[in-house]
Design a protein around this ligand. Structure first.
Ligand code: AMP
Length: 448
């Protein structure tokens, strides 16, 4: 007889389950994003996980993300589809598809969604990740760029992270063409010294060489021309205005002439957020290195051509995106406490099957009145139940035993002092509510 072979399954490489211990972190970040979005007047948008693959090759062009990292396949109907590797192009597509351009501008949107990239997994880099992001469509003013830079800073610092902002401008098409010419001239005699990967990047888009992590390349670039010196008057003025706003708002930023960001669709200002320190001092005085400090927590920039690229009419746009997992890694590294779900106040315990039925009814009654109530109906022994109540830290435990069942009463136990009182079953709910109210009031000060 053939042996039945059982197979066990595991998450795919670079994919993670979000376990119960991690959800509070996601909710903390989503909650903060929601609050910030409300403060600055952004509306939430959701887009599908699958899009026409062309959307990304149109918008992000020759970027590594599209060429090497996108999950792209033919669906059962033969259409070439992609799992979104980023969220901006889908939101831009939605802006065009739903006629947002006919509404009063600007349109300010935010999202909290998942995307996928076939990247080499490491701390803070996964193949499926969540991003929170903000987009402004239909506004060319530098004050829009500034608002986004400020919002991201507020989001991250509200979460408890110390932040440094890097900014740069890639300028308009004219500026970039002038700069590329100068950069190419500078690099031409040095190309032989570039590592093969960087040479390939250079050939795809010479600007991408600027943020190379290779030491050789970084050294070669030390005396390279800076894009800031090649900005057209309009791009230069735009950049200076943003800088001026940031100065007035006293935001900590540095101008980083090598900042180009991964995607090809930027047309002006670009920015990124990094942790402001690389190690922290733990409560016991020990130093701990932040391992992901070199990875950007988020970033963004202006992409005035994007809406046109995805089929709309020319519309200025600027946006930002943040890696939720990267933020979580840092929150954990820094041992930042996050708000937890409020503990239950009341526990309902029972002895025996009949009592369990009544206890369940009581549980439902209290729950529907907004009491944070808990139970351990699957447990039989009252000792185990009271231990559970203790662990939960409830103030009162209600117990329904055989005797209470016969007498039509309940037992209310004050878990702080162990005092138990018998109360009529019918009065159980008002009595619990009254005691909870009394317990939440501060003790009356003694008067002379
Ligand atoms: P990008 O769309 O590349 O500008 O990414 C925006 C932010 O998303 C980055 O700054 C990261 O914080 C985060 N991010 C990008 N790729 C990943 C990834 N593979 N895993 C986790 N976070 C990511």
């Amino acid at each position: 007889m053939a042996k039945s072979s059982k197979r066990s399954f595991q998450t795919l490489r670079g994919m993670r389950d979000i376990l119960p211990v991690d959800w509070p972190y996601y909710e903390f970040i989503e909650g903060a994003s929601k609050r910030i979005s409300g403060d600055y007047g952004y509306s939430r948008i959701g887009t599908p996980i699958l899009e026409d693959a062309g959307l990304f090759s149109r918008s992000a062009g020759q970027s590594e993300m599209v060429i090497k990292e996108m999950y792209v396949f033919d669906d059962r109907g033969g259409d070439s589809v992609a799992i979104r590797p980023e969220l901006t192009a889908p939101v831009a597509r939605a802006y065009v598809e739903h006629g947002f351009s006919n509404m009063p501008q600007p349109i300010k949107l935010w999202y909290f969604d998942t995307g996928m990239r076939y990247e080499r997994p490491q701390a803070g880099r996964y193949r499926q990740f969540y991003q929170v992001g903000f987009e402004i469509f239909g506004e060319a003013s530098p004050v829009a760029d500034t608002e986004l830079i400020v919002m991201g800073y507020r989001l991250l610092t509200d979460l408890g992270l110390p932040i440094r902002i890097s900014i740069n401008s890639l300028g308009d098409t004219e500026s970039r063409a002038a700069y590329k010419k100068a950069l190419n001239a500078y690099l031409k005699p040095l190309l032989k010294q570039l590592p093969p990967d960087d040479l390939a990047r250079f050939e795809r888009n010479s600007l991408r060489i600027l943020d190379s992590k290779e030491k050789v390349t970084q050294t070669l670039l030390e005396d390279a021309p800076k894009i800031i010196d090649y900005l057209s008057p309009a791009s230069r003025e735009h950049f200076l205005k943003v800088v001026d706003y940031l100065d007035d708002l006293e935001l900590p930023y540095v101008i980083d002439s090598r900042l180009v960001r991964g995607l090809d669709y930027y047309t002006g200002i670009v920015f990124e957020y990094y942790s402001d320190d690389t190690e922290i001092t733990l409560p016991d005085g020990k130093k701990k290195e932040i391992q992901t400090a070199h990875l950007a927590l988020g970033g963004g920039g202006r992409y005035d051509n994007l809406i046109e690229e995805v089929g709309g009419k020319a519309t200025p746009a600027v946006g930002s995106g943040f890696g939720v997992e990267r933020i979580i890694v840092q929150l954990k590294d820094r041992q930042i406490e996050i708000p937890s779900v409020p503990a239950p106040e009341v526990f309902v315990g029972q002895i025996g099957d009949e009592a369990r039925k009544k206890a369940f009814v009581l549980f439902e009654d209290l729950r529907s009145r907004g009491v944070r109530v808990s139970h351990a109906f699957t447990k039989e022994g009252i000792k185990a139940q009271l231990e559970a109540a203790n662990r939960l830290g409830v103030r009162f435990a209600i117990i329904l035993g055989q005797k209470e069942l016969l007498d039509k009463t309940i037992l209310i136990r004050d878990m702080e002092n162990g005092i138990q009182e018998t109360v009529d079953y019918k009065k159980a709910v008002p009595e619990v509510l009254k005691r909870l109210q009394r317990a939440s009031k501060p003790a009356k000060p003694l008067t002379k």
